[in-house]
Design a protein around this ligand. Structure first.
Ligand code: FA5
Length: 315
């Protein structure tokens, strides 16, 4: 329509040859026709563009009025949360976190911890050894060897907590696993006494179980502490009156502890006349099970989501 050879253009080209009086009139008509056509064309362009936009809106529309598909979110395992919670308590008391290898030299796992070669804990019936290393490399049986790695490389004062996995050649039942987690604490400084040990454990149990429960220390034996004790916490279910949870004892066994044996300090090159220390070690599964009244610690490793969800770890 608007091309150079289109009728409109040709008609305008002819205008010159018309007599004066017709030329004006026809020129006006031609301009009018051109204007109208242009307008129609623009209108049609606008309509087409609008229709295309409309189509695109329809095609690409997202309906946000419906509820979304819920995406299941994972959570931290209750044991992980327990470790973090305990570590947090000790960080609040000024401790640092230390760790060490799970595949450990018997030099650290036993010798440095005053556990002589004839000690029954070193037998194949109790300890997993790494094949081909003789009795030199084992899976650590407790987190205590990390005490020795830290003492060997750090001069006191030392205040550390050591969370970690340990292994024992044990028959698995409701209260025993052959791989489980412990958390260990070690303090070595000048003038550290058993009162510090008890006060620290009290601060921990108050934060973990609640401030209303007492603790007591019962004499015990560990090769690496002297004196040694086991810590009981007052049954937080019956308050000490006796119930099924505490086996009518009123007390629940919680962990092992003691004053660092001077042998360890000497082994690591620190003067036992100058420094003293305390240490304790707690089983994570048992502590977590106790607090939540879970009566079989194997449940923590079954990965039954219904069980895990009860701890609030799975959203
Ligand atoms: C020890 O392992 C010492 N290293 C603790 C210690 C550290 C004492 C520092 C003194 C100074 P024991 O063998 O009692 O001690 O274990 C400590 C805790 O680990 C126990 O109280 C228990 O909670 C947990 N535990 C022990 N054996 C098992 C097992 N087979 N399954 C699950 N938890 C266990």
């Amino acid at each position: 329509v608007f091309g150079r050879k289109a009728p409109l253009a040709r008609a305008r080209a002819e205008l010159g040859r018309l007599p004066e009086r017709n030329r004006r009139e026809l020129g006006r008509v031609a301009t009018e026709v051109q204007r109208e056509l242009t307008e129609l064309l623009d209108e049609r362009r606008r309509d087409l563009a609008a229709a295309e936009a409309e189509q695109r809106w329809r095609r690409e529309r997202a309906d946000v009025t419906l509820p979304g598909e819920p995406v299941p979110v994972g959570g931290l395992h209750p044991l992980t949360r327990t470790v973090w919670e305990i570590v947090d308590i000790f960080i609040g008391l000024g401790y640092r976190v230390a760790d060490g290898p799970e595949v450990e030299l018997t030099r650290y796992n036993f010798d440095a911890l005053n556990t002589p070669p004839e000690h029954p804990a070193r037998s194949y019936r109790d300890t997993y050894y790494v094949a081909g290393t003789g009795d030199e490399v084992c899976l650590r049986t407790e987190t205590s060897p990390v005490q020795m790695r830290v003492l060997e490389s750090h001069a006191p004062p030392v205040h550390i907590v050591v969370p970690g996995r340990v292994y024992r050649n044990e028959a698995v039942d409701a209260t025993h696993l052959n791989q489980f987690a412990q958390i260990e604490a070690l303090v070595v400084d000048e003038g550290v006494t058993m009162a510090d040990l008890k006060g620290t454990i009290e601060a921990f149990t108050a934060a973990f179980f609640g401030p209303e429960f007492a603790i007591r220390l019962r004499p015990h034996f560990f090769p690496f502490t002297e004196p040694s004790a086991e810590v009981d916490v007052q049954c937080f279910r019956c308050g000490g009156a006796g119930c099924r949870l505490c086996g009518d004892e009123g007390w629940i066994e919680l962990m092992g502890c003691g004053m660092v044996d001077p042998f360890l300090l000497e082994w690591a090159g620190h003067d036992p006349e100058r420094y003293t220390g305390f240490a304790f070690g707690l089983g994570i599964e048992r502590a977590c099970a106790l607090r939540a009244e879970v009566d079989d610690i194997r449940a923590f490793y079954d990965n039954d989501v219904r069980f895990l969800r009860a701890f609030g770890g799975v959203v």
